[in-house]
Design a protein around this ligand. Structure first.
Ligand SMILES: [Mg+2]
Ligand SMILES: [Zn+2]
Length: 242
């Protein structure tokens, strides 16, 4: 066992050196490996002051949670050098990792999952455990390792969003004709257009499709086919960060 650990440390140490060589001299690196099903099984190697590394994790958590309040993502600075669809691809997948891929764990005492405890404002277990903190260490019986719902879910989600968009179009058309029924706003129309694009990229990613590149290719092929000169500029690979 310790032999295996020694080998892991040697291997990870080499990788850490390789990663650091990309950055400015003097940068610090920390590697954390966690077993979500066993809190006592984890692995950490760092060239940093652990207290500083801990502060950095707090900053990253704060930056990630700020996205849900519509503020700039902490990686948004990188977006200045990215075309829009590349940035969507990157941030969408980073968000998905946090949103859906984390295992669902239940409290050992009360059986609540973290989200439902937060939603209900229960920072502590419900009676008879009123003064006891939740202990989210029990794996969910159906959602143990990964909560990733897969390509079929993404396909259904895209279909759902297209339906929502068409429903808004119907309501706007209804209003234009002065017919009775529920209404939608121009903002609803814009929101649903955005949802369709976001879900389309999620689905495309499942099959490794680069939405920006294939859109350029397909748009230009159609122009060629119908004999029109209108072309999208090919994206340079440097600009796309590849
Ligand atoms: Mg929607
Ligand atoms: Zn509990």
């Amino acid at each position: 066992m310790s032999d295996k650990l020694d080998r892991a440390e040697a291997h990870v140490g080499k990788l850490m050196d390789d990663i650091l060589s990309i950055f400015h001299p003097g940068m610090k690196i920390t590697v954390l490996v966690r077993d979500p099903l066993h809190d006592d099984r984890d692995f950490m190697m760092t060239s940093d002051d652990p207290a500083q590394a801990s502060r950095m994790i707090d900053r990253r958590i704060a930056a990630i949670s700020s996205t849900s309040r519509g503020q700039a993502f902490d990686g948004a600075g990188e977006g200045l050098n990215e075309d829009f669809l590349t940035q969507l691809r990157r941030v969408n997948s980073e968000r998905y990792d946090v949103w859906a891929r984390q295992p669902v764990m239940l409290c050992e005492h009360c059986g609540r999952d973290r989200q439902s405890a937060e939603d209900a404002g229960h920072n502590f277990c419900a009676p008879p455990f009123a003064s006891q903190e939740h202990l989210f260490t029990k794996s969910h019986p159906h959602l143990t390792v990964s909560n990733d719902a897969g390509i079929m879910f993404d396909a259904l989600e895209l279909g759902g969003e297209v339906g929502e968009l068409l429903n808004v179009v119907k309501k706007l058309e209804r209003e234009d004709r002065g017919w009775r029924g529920s209404r939608a706003t121009p903002e609803d129309f814009a929101d649903e257009c955005a949802d369709v694009l976001i879900c389309l990229d999620k689905l495309a990613r499942r099959r490794g499709v680069d939405l920006a590149a294939v859109t350029v290719r397909k748009f230009n092929a159609t122009s060629d086919k119908v004999g029109l000169p209108h072309k999208l500029a090919a994206l340079s690979s440097a600009k796309r960060g590849e």
